[in-house]
Design a protein around this ligand. Structure first.
Ligand SMILES: NC(=O)c1ccc[n+]([C@@H]2O[C@H](COP(=O)([O-])OP(=O)(O)OC[C@H]3O[C@@H](n4cnc5c(N)ncnc54)[C@H](O)[C@@H]3O)[C@@H](O)[C@H]2O)c1
Length: 322
């Protein structure tokens, strides 16, 4: 079965294309390489273009006989979204509407969507269950919530099956060393700490050291990209088997502080990454941890690669091989 993977040249999309291929699906990668990489397209055909172009999308569906879509393509920088909301609502919302139009025209009835923990905004509880109020605090989070709402209504009106997967902090690299994380600019903690350990950046800023957490630094739920990839394959299979549509948290249910991440990089690299304490950043909650129990029961999915040591070791191996 051919599956269209939008954003399949990006970080999570490329790992998922590999997982799809190894599970017997045939990924078709759609990407315009605005932030993806040609070296990451190794499994399946490539169709190059921008989701914003409806004619291009029509052609993709009419010539590729895909039966489902996994939709990763998006703009992903939370801070940038506050400065430039238009870019986020256009690329993450309008382009998704165009994608859904083309799916309807082509009779494609299944979509897995990359959502985010950003839909929760500043959470009231930890861990966070899926029925926690959704109050995004950035245009990025708002754009993800908008698409989730569209999917609910389209699902009911047009008999479309959908799964919205709310990732917590995606991280790590393919354990076989074929893929890894490479965002430009990089804003994710683990690659930044690794760059500091390798002397590629002078220091790592620790934003907030007075949070009510075990060492005063912010706690996040780190989920290995290979575990995310497996969850996508399971979500797709769930829909193809006629399962109900869901929004599901993808995390481990366990949090780590920024200082624990820095210590894990120091262990993996054998050198202490230079770090500097800095004030809290606006909009950064103290603790963001998933309650992943719904994904466990709906998808029979449990993370296998998401110990902090394995995450950091695979990421370190990837970055130091480049
Ligand atoms: N990385 C994380 O921690 C994280 C957390 C939560 C949610 N997400 C979501 O997961 C998805 C993938 O994230 P990622 O980290 O792999 O990002 P990424 O930037 O590595 O991948 C996104 C890919 O989409 C492509 N793309 C973007 N807009 C496009 C368009 N209009 N047409 C064609 N291609 C387009 C880019 O070229 C890139 O290859 C995104 O939707 C993101 O919002 C990521």
């Amino acid at each position: 079965m051919r599956v269209l993977v939008t954003g399949g040249a990006g970080y999570i999309g490329s790992h998922t294309a590999k997982a799809l291929h190894h599970s017997g699906f045939e990924p078709v990668i759609l990407d315009d390489f605005r932030s993806g990489h040609r070296w990451a397209v190794k499994w399946g055909d490539l169709v190059e273009g921008d989701l914003d172009h409806s004619d291009f999308l029509r052609k993709v569906f009419s010539t590729n006989s895909v039966q489902a879509v996994i939709h990763f393509a998006a703009s992903i920088e939370v801070n940038e979204s506050v400065r430039d909301p238009r870019k986020y609502f256009w690329n993450n919302c309008v382009s998704t509407l165009k994608l859904l139009d083309s799916m309807r025209e082509a009779g494609v009835k299944h979509i897995v969507f990359s959502s985010s923990a950003a839909v929760y905004g500043d959470p009231e509880t930890a861990p966070i269950p899926e029925d926690h109020p959704t109050r995004p605090v950035s245009p990025y989070g708002e754009s993800k919530l908008f698409v989730e709402k569209v999917l609910r209504w389209y699902g009911m009106a047009y008999a479309m099956g959908w799964m919205a997967l709310r990732y917590f902090n995606a991280c790590g690299a393919d354990p076989e060393g074929e893929l890894g994380e490479c965002h430009e600019p990089e804003s994710h903690l683990i690659p930044l700490v690794i760059a500091a350990a390798r002397g590629k950046r002078p220091t790592i800023q620790v934003y907030g050291t007075d949070y009510p957490t075990p060492d005063g630094t912010a706690v996040r739920d780190y989920i290995h990209v290979t575990d995310l990839a497996e969850a996508h394959v399971r979500a797709l299979q769930h829909m193809l088997d006629g399962g109900e549509s869901y929004a599901l948290n993808l995390g481990t249910g366990k949090g780590h502080t920024v200082r624990e991440v820095i210590a894990a990089v120091a262990r993996a690299s054998g050198s202490q990454p230079p770090s500097e304490d800095a004030p809290r950043r606006a909009g950064d909650p103290p603790v963001l941890v998933a309650d992943p129990s719904l994904a466990h029961s709906v998808l029979a999915w449990k993370p296998k690669h998401s110990s902090l040591n394995e995450i950091v070791q695979t990421a370190w191996k990837w970055h130091s091989s480049r």
